[in-house]
Design a protein around this ligand. Structure first.
Ligand SMILES: [Fe+2]
Ligand SMILES: [Fe+2]
Length: 256
């Protein structure tokens, strides 16, 4: 009798131990399940789509950084803060008109806003001097092309390499009378030639601290007269044949 009671008690204890272990394991499983369901669901199960979304996010952030840096320079030089955005948009229109492939178009459009980044290395005295610069001061001002190039060329990615070229060449002229190297014609990169035209077109069409905005007629006339001298004649022709597109940007992206 006593032995059967001991057997029943032992069996009951064993049953309780197993029940406890089972309940504990079940609880852990439940909490693990809850934790797993608390993790945000991925945007897409497709790895390619997720990679593409990340790439787009990265490009978007990179663009914002580029525009912010470029606008800082415009702010310091007291030029219009939307100037660099319009120059990028003009460059995008050129990429379309000329039929550049998607990669070229992207490099040109995203590098264009950085053309004057070298001005960050100029003294306030040179940047803000009222009136004409002396020959020596003019030389200092011209250094912004080389300074910009040297800053940007330190970065090895294709975007910064393109931006370095544009920074160096955006004051070169088709007839060789530009600076810093006096390059002539096709020796100036296509990106450099495009940004040179976009930069001047926008600067003339908008007011600056040292001048009022030119009328559109006067700006268009100046650009046409400068074909083959200051600007690549083929680019002037392309702009003239699509002037309505460029003018729409001037209206849509006015200074804030
Ligand atoms: Fe410049
Ligand atoms: Fe500019």
């Amino acid at each position: 009798m006593a032995s059967s009671l001991i057997a029943i008690l032992a069996a009951s204890i064993l049953a309780l131990v197993f029940l406890g272990l089972w309940l504990s394991a079940r609880g852990k499983l439940a909490s693990l399940t809850a934790a797993a369901s608390a993790v945000p669901a991925p945007v897409s199960d497709d790895p390619d789509s997720r990679l593409e979304a990340l790439r787009e996010e990265f490009i978007g952030s990179q663009k914002e950084i580029i525009f912010t840096l470029s606008e800082l320079v415009e702010f310091r030089t007291r030029e219009s803060e939307t100037h660099v955005e319009r120059v990028a948009e003009f460059a995008r229109i050129f990429a379309e008109i000329l039929g550049l492939d998607a990669k070229e178009a992207l490099l040109l459009t995203e590098a264009a806003p950085m053309h004057d980044i070298g001005k960050i290395g100029l003294s306030d005295y040179i940047i803000h001097k009222p009136g004409a610069l002396t020959t020596e001061e003019l030389e200092m001002m011209r250094d912004h092309t080389q300074i910009g190039h040297d800053i940007l060329a330190r970065h090895h990615g294709p975007l910064f390499q393109r931006a370095a070229t544009i920074a160096l060449e955006h004051h070169e002229r088709w007839d060789g009378s530009g600076y810093p190297r006096g390059l002539k014609g096709a020796a100036i990169s296509l990106s450099g030639r495009i940004v040179a035209l976009c930069d001047v077109f926008d600067s003339l069409s908008n007011p600056r601290s040292y001048k009022a905005a030119w009328t559109l007629e006067k700006t268009v006339e100046f650009v046409k007269d400068s074909a083959g001298h200051h600007f690549d004649p083929k680019l002037v022709e392309a702009m003239s044949g699509n002037m309505d597109r460029f003018l729409k940007v001037l209206v849509r992206m006015r200074d804030r």
